[in-house]
Design a protein around this ligand. Structure first.
Ligand code: ZN
Length: 344
């Protein structure tokens, strides 16, 4: 089968001819109908820290995907040939104390689909353990189906912000930030402000429901947020940027007693005024990692199937899997929403 893999340590990816994998007793074989590129895949392409130590080449890359079940392991129950499924990209063990206490998203023995441990979705076929596969409504198109995984990051973040009837600011308007804007609107936020940079992201954020979009490079962010909130500050700050200066603005913009949910990953240690922001503002602060298995996925598919969130509007580029270099090029330019690829 055709696949895109890291064949040796170093920058770049290659189109390879690989064997179709065989599902083990508790696994499904999915025929991939669509897969999509995440910022993490670009870091993997570039061979940046920490991926240069997590991935042992050769490995097929890709952790966002959607496919049809074409073969079923001997011990599998509750699945049929022809079902549609999306993989949860964090394969949990199901046995450790984290998994047993409802925190499978931070499993101690986690394997990353296409990110270290398991071959990924940039292929015609992939095997997925049934405990890491979500049966997906056939009404969902493959190109939206593959976006359920990143959408889950956004939905988990928004859900932890308890945004109903609140004013919300999303800092960072990459695709997941824009998905968070859409999810916050769908979950009843009174006003959603998107804060970011590039023009295509501002345009997409408006399309996906942002009430106000602030250009971080050219506008006075705090002043504008104070103006829009009668000088009160924002109720909920969702951090999706990982950029130190944006994080500081978010902590400044959030009101006393407000909520902060952190998803963006700074690449270096950052400094914060601990007393001013973390103690004296009396904030509720929550970090999120991945998606709640399966609570987040259920809420995500509800938002998609009900039509409350239309993720298709966020797709700006579509390529054949064999044209993956074009997809990575546009991802590196930053001048895109979601980039979706289709194996032959
Ligand atoms: Zn575990």
């Amino acid at each position: 089968m055709q696949a895109v893999a890291k064949i040796k340590a170093g920058p770049g990816l290659n189109l390879i001819d690989a064997l179709i994998p065989k599902p083990k007793a508790n696994e499904l074989l999915l025929k991939i109908k669509a897969c999509s590129i995440c910022g993490t895949d670009v870091h993997i392409y570039n061979w940046e820290n920490p991926w240069d130590s997590k991935i042992k080449p050769p490995m097929i890359i890709g952790h966002e995907g959607f496919g049809e079940v074409v073969e079923i392991g001997k011990a599998v129950r509750g699945w049929e040939i022809g079902d549609y499924a999306s993989p949860e990209s964090h394969f949990h063990c199901g046995k450790c104390d984290m998994c047993l206490s409802g925190h499978a998203n931070v499993c101690r023995n986690m394997l990353g689909l296409g990110m270290g441990g398991a071959n990924g979705t940039y292929a015609e076929y992939v095997v997925v353990p049934t405990k890491s596969a979500l049966k997906t409504d056939k009404k969902i198109s493959p190109e939206v189906g593959t976006l359920q995984e990143p959408f889950g990051n956004a939905v988990y973040t928004v859900d932890e912000g308890h945004v109903k009837d609140k004013t919300v600011a999303v800092f960072g308007m990459g695709p997941i930030g824009i998905m968070a804007i859409a999810a916050a609107k769908a979950l009843g936020a009174e006003m959603v402000v998107g804060v970011g940079g590039s023009s295509i992201h501002k345009e997409l954020a408006k399309k996906m429901g942002a009430d106000i979009v602030i250009d971080r490079k050219n506008e006075a962010v705090i002043e504008r947020i104070m103006e829009e909130t009668d000088n009160k500050g924002i109720d909920v700050f969702l951090e999706m940027s990982g950029a130190e200066s944006a994080i500081m603005q978010g902590f400044e913009a959030v009101k006393k007693g407000g909520s902060v949910v952190l998803l963006g990953l700074p690449t270096k240690q950052i400094t914060i005024d601990w007393s001013k922001y973390l103690v004296l503002k009396d904030l509720a602060i929550k970090g999120v990692y991945g998606r709640k298995i399966w609570d987040t996925w259920q809420l995500s598919s509800e938002l998609i199937t009900s039509g409350k969130v239309d993720l298709a509007k966020l797709i700006t580029h579509r390529y054949k899997l064999s044209e993956f270099e074009k997809g990575f090029e546009v991802m590196k330019s930053g001048n895109c929403g979601k980039v979706v690829m289709f194996p032959k």
